[in-house]
Design a protein around this ligand. Structure first.
Ligand code: NAP
Length: 310
């Protein structure tokens, strides 16, 4: 039955969840490949500092953690290929994956493609992307030394990354649509104690403007209805995430926001297809939860493949 089938298992995505699934699958001696669009690491590559992943008491950079995870998986023989998966055919027990110019076949798939930043969808956002509009403080923060920037959002990303921006910028306006942050308490306390961060509460950004890159943003207070402008050199946006699951089409069941639904084995609505980490419907998105998902999915997929081969 294994003849003419390229792989036992294909893992799509090389963030912490994909790399963990790869580590477990390689140790289980599955014929496995991991396909990653860019460099292994996923969203944590854009995270300056991770201090809540157990085992690293001093914390470490997202890049360092990604590198260590990739090294560990490769040590057990995980093959990582670079490429973009554009579609899946899950209509038969032998699944097909369109990947670059190839179609590969596999018994099982683990989808670990993560999520991408949500856009504001306001005038000037796209036009100024790379010219002051950014979704990544680690990548772009150093360009704003002694400058004034806006950060939009009230979750962990907005607060953690605003704190990072204060290493460079002389002032960070943290603009949140409510008057209460969603971020975890310890991050809130650090932000409230930081003189460089000024909170703009109950407000949304309605436009981003400038002749040669970002020069100002338009802000509207949702409570008073008042509108105004704030002069800034950059605008960082962290208003949540959207799942990287378009390539799956309607093949697997999703929630209303497009995150993939799974059972307690991380199996989707299609037998032999698993989803882990940020791309799945989950109450918590952390590196620690992503790696937990992936250990379960790798073992579940191994059982699935063993049963097929019996
Ligand atoms: P998030 O937790 O979904 O927070 C998004 C924030 O943006 C919320 O404060 C939300 O406001 C606001 N928002 C949403 N849509 C908006 C809009 N159209 N205009 C203005 N504001 C808008 O997203 P996240 O901070 O990117 O985090 C994503 C996941 O990663 C979370 O599970 C988070 O815990 C996790 N994460 C963890 C860490 C860490 O552990 N250190 C770091 C980064 C991210 P409301 O509050 O009013 O809804």
């Amino acid at each position: 039955m294994t003849q003419n089938i390229d792989y036992d298992l294909v893992i799509i995505g090389g963030g912490p969840s994909g790399l963990t699934a790869g580590l477990y699958a390689a140790r289980a001696k599955l014929n496995v490949i991991l396909i990653e669009k860019m460099a292994p690491g996923g969203q944590i590559l854009a995270t300056d500092w991770i201090e809540n992943y157990p085992g690293f008491p001093e914390g470490l950079t997202g890049c360092d953690l990604a590198q260590k995870m990739a090294e560990q998986a490769k040590r057990f023989g995980l093959n990582i290929e670079c490429g973009d998966v554009t579609s899946l055919d899950l209509s038969q027990p032998v699944k097909k994956i369109k990947f670059c110019d190839r179609v590969i076949s596999t018994h099982a798939i683990i989808i670990a493609t993560g999520a991408s930043p949500q856009k504001l969808n306001v005038p000037g956002e796209d036009a100024n992307l790379g010219k002051g509009v950014s979704f990544c403080a680690t990548c772009d923060g150093p360009f704003f030394r002694d400058k004034v920037v806006a950060a939009v959002g009230g979750g962990d990303s907005a607060v953690q990354e605003s704190l990072f921006l204060t290493k460079f910028a002389k002032k960070v306006y943290l603009i949140h649509r409510r008057n209460k942050l969603r971020a975890t308490q310890i991050l809130q306390e650090r932000a409230f104690a930081n003189d460089k961060i000024e909170f703009v509460w109950d407000s949304v950004v309605t436009g981003i403007d400038g002749l040669f890159g970002v020069e100002k943003i338009s802000v509207k207070n949702g409570k008073t209805g008042e509108s105004g402008e704030i002069a800034v050199d950059g605008c960082f946006i962290w208003i949540g995430i959207r799942p990287n699951a378009e390539f799956t089409g309607d093949a697997v069941k999703k929630n209303d926001a497009g995150f993939i639904l799974v059972d307690s084995n991380m199996e989707t609505s299609v037998p032999g297809v698993f989803a882990v980490g940020d791309v799945r419907d989950t109450p918590l998105r952390q590196v620690a939860t992503a790696v937990g998902d992936s250990a379960i999915a790798a073992i579940s997929s191994n059982h699935y493949i063993e049963n097929l081969k019996k």
